[in-house]
Write a protein that binds this ligand. Structure first.
Ligand code: 13P
Length: 342
């Protein structure tokens, strides 16, 4: 493992004013997104959509890297250039989702355990040869106070797998994005989310240390500390920023170069506002605070595209605009009034 190389890539991915575009939806998930715009999800349409995103003019001004799905990293554009090579040639680092999804933690349990360790080393060698320099693995933690969730078993087994994944990836000279996502769906309060996020992150870092993962060569991709979607009291932008920062300060070692948030189902505007507020609050973080959004970057583009070639340009403009707003938020310079000028 070359620690210098890992640190260089990790820093590059979260360097202001840039963030990451998560375009690694599994075949099931992208189908749900396409269903929402009445577009059939097939190999060609998925390729057309990803090509549209990646070929957005000047995307590299705001986007450092793109996370791909296994199918996408093998796809070629109409000129027979692989989409991963296209990104590389255009100043964007390709990455790859390497977990294989989540199974039930126990029979009849609603909790999930993310899998994908078997054969990971060999898959990484192939992904590297296809152009990927970094990877992603997402663990899912659900809060349900009535069902006593999350259990310690869920947090600890997912943290173990995340750490084992990160170790294998670094041994292959690639940067692991470590993504423990505390899901925002549910009735829980922001205080519940704070408590569970802190507990999860502490466990994750305990396991990363145990597995001898080089913290200077990872990126953390956490949820923000936020009220459950069904909770009547929705915390203000200010409170979300304060509690998220407090949690991160308590749980994330300073050696980690960057924290790139997921959007998790927040509206596009709120995901940007929350990031902006955090970056406004302090200029003295040891880690760079940026984004690795899926829905909150892609949603406007998807709804403009509608599966039609004639809409490609406006769909690209929508991605460019959202990326620019989030880029501004990495320095606390986003102004929500500009949303109305679109
Ligand atoms: P969202 O920003 O839509 O949550 O997606 C990010 C991601 O990569 C989920 O694993």
């Amino acid at each position: 493992m070359s620690t210098d190389k890992l640190n260089f890539i990790a820093k590059k991915l979260c360097e202001k004013p840039k963030g990451i575009l998560a375009a690694d939806e599994s075949t099931n998930t992208i189908k749900k997104r396409f269903d929402s715009i009445n577009v059939e999800s097939n190999f060609e349409m998925r390729k057309a959509y990803r090509e549209l995103l990646f070929k957005t003019p000047n995307l590299k001004n705001f986007i450092s890297g793109v996370i791909l799905f296994d199918e996408t990293i093998r796809q070629e554009d109409s000129e027979k250039t692989s989409l991963a090579k296209y990104l590389l040639d255009n100043g964007i680092i390709p990455g790859i989702k390497v977990d294989t999804g989540a199974i039930h933690l126990e029979k009849n349990s609603h909790e999930k355990l993310t899998e994908g360790l078997d054969g990971l080393g060999e898959r990484l060698e192939e992904y590297k040869s296809l152009g990927a320099s970094f990877t992603k693995w997402r663990a899912i933690i659900t809060i349900d106070n009535k069902a006593n969730m999350p259990s310690d078993y869920c947090i600890e087994s997912n943290s173990f797998n995340l750490a084992r994944y990160a170790k294998i990836v670094q041994d292959c000279d690639m940067v692991p994005i470590v993504e423990p996502e505390v899901i925002m769906d549910g009735e829980h309060s922001i205080e519940d989310c704070y408590e569970v996020t802190c507990k999860t992150l502490k466990n994750v870092f305990k396991q990363l240390e145990l597995h001898k993962v080089f913290l200077g060569g990872i990126l953390l991709k956490p949820n923000m500390v936020i009220s459950g979607t069904l909770n009547k009291n929705q915390a203000s932008v200010e409170t979300v920023a304060e509690l998220t920062l407090d949690c991160l300060h308590k749980c994330v070692p300073q050696d980690v170069p960057g924290i790139v948030f997921l959007s998790g189902g927040q509206s596009n505007e709120l995901a940007t506002e929350h990031l902006n507020e955090m970056n406004k609050k302090s200029k003295d973080f040891s880690w760079n605070l940026s984004f690795s959004y899926g829905r909150a970057l892609q949603q406007p583009s998807l709804s403009k595209w509608l599966g039609k070639d004639e809409n490609i340009q406006i769909a690209q403009q929508a991605l460019f605009q959202r990326s620019q707003f989030n880029s501004e938020a990495t320095s606390g310079k986003y102004n929500s009034e500009n949303e109305n000028k679109i």
